[in-house]
Design a protein. Structure first.
Length: 294
């Protein structure tokens, strides 16, 4: 392996679940994305920072963002470019709609084969699903080693083709060495992503996909993209990644949402205790009797 790394960061544009209202869900149990603001998935920003720190160590390396979604998901790629990524690819096709984690990881793995990176980095999970399944499923579909819950990269030995990663577990920290190519998923406890770089914003603020340029129908953008290829964000359809139609979208998704329930916690009768030995002893006896403890 030479002194460069081809890094792909898997990123997702997600609805902002911090502002969920009554219109957040559709009758069929799917998320009403039109009713919620779209943001860069938080842990994917941690993954982007990890990738950029690797690039800082090895400046000739490249960081490419791969995202799947409608045309507006290209905003995730632009945001990553403002922070230091070299570019990105938008996977967009009506055939991808309604995909669960299985269909999503299949589509992403098809695109990754085409990109042929040395390292794939992703956030641990997305806030609209909280499954933490896509990263590991991508690794399995590609037949690659994986390290989850990553917090930092301690060492990269490009001659040996190895990367040493520190991962945060429930009861401590573990250091793992993985052969490349491989997949890494990153925790929210990893360093936060760096802010936008003013020079990068000025350079990439007009970066658009072909569909975005056509939708705006402005000669300025068309001429700009013709002369500056680095402003063109590629769009890949199912046919571009040689994906099998039956494995995409709803048809390739065995997960089905049957019902959605809103659970409202209501306060029941409360008991006020002092710090006296009598009150504490009485509480312990009550908890033992109800098998809450003991």
């Amino acid at each position: 392996m030479n002194d460069t790394l081809k890094i792909v960061v898997l990123a997702k544009q997600v609805p902002d679940t911090r502002n969920v209202g009554k219109d957040a869900m559709k009758a069929d149990g799917t998320v009403n994305r039109a009713a919620l603001a779209a943001i860069f998935n938080p842990e994917d920003l941690n993954a982007l920072e990890l990738a950029l720190r690797i690039k800082d160590r090895h400046p000739k390396s490249t960081v490419t963002v791969l995202t799947m979604g409608p045309f507006r998901a290209a905003e995730v790629i632009r945001e990553a470019m403002f922070r230091g990524a070299d570019g990105g690819v938008l996977l967009t096709d009506r055939k991808f709609a309604g995909a669960d984690t299985l269909a999503t990881s299949y589509t992403l793995s098809c695109a990754i084969r085409k990109l042929n990176p040395d390292l794939i980095v992703a956030g641990r999970q997305a806030i609209d699903g909280d499954t933490a399944q896509v990263g590991p499923q991508v690794a399995e579909k590609l037949g690659l080693p994986q390290v989850t819950y990553a917090e930092a990269v301690d060492k990269i030995d490009l001659q040996a083709g190895e990367i040493t990663i520190r991962r945060r577990l429930e009861r401590g920290v573990e250091t793992v060495t993985m052969k490349l190519p491989g997949v890494v998923t990153v925790n929210a406890s990893a360093p936060a992503c760096r802010p936008r770089n003013a020079k990068m914003v000025m350079k990439y603020k007009h970066a658009r996909t072909v569909s975005e340029v056509q939708e705006q129908q402005e000669d300025y953008y068309m001429a700009l993209h013709k002369d500056r290829c680095y402003l063109c964000i590629p769009e890949w359809r199912a046919s571009d990644v040689d994906a099998e139609p039956e494995s995409l979208g709803l048809s390739g998704s065995p997960t089905k949402v049957k019902t959605i329930e809103n659970i409202v916690f209501q306060a029941k009768e409360a008991k006020h205790l002092t710090g006296s030995d009598t009150d504490i002893e009485g509480l312990i006896k009550e908890l033992i009797a109800s098998h809450t403890i003991g």
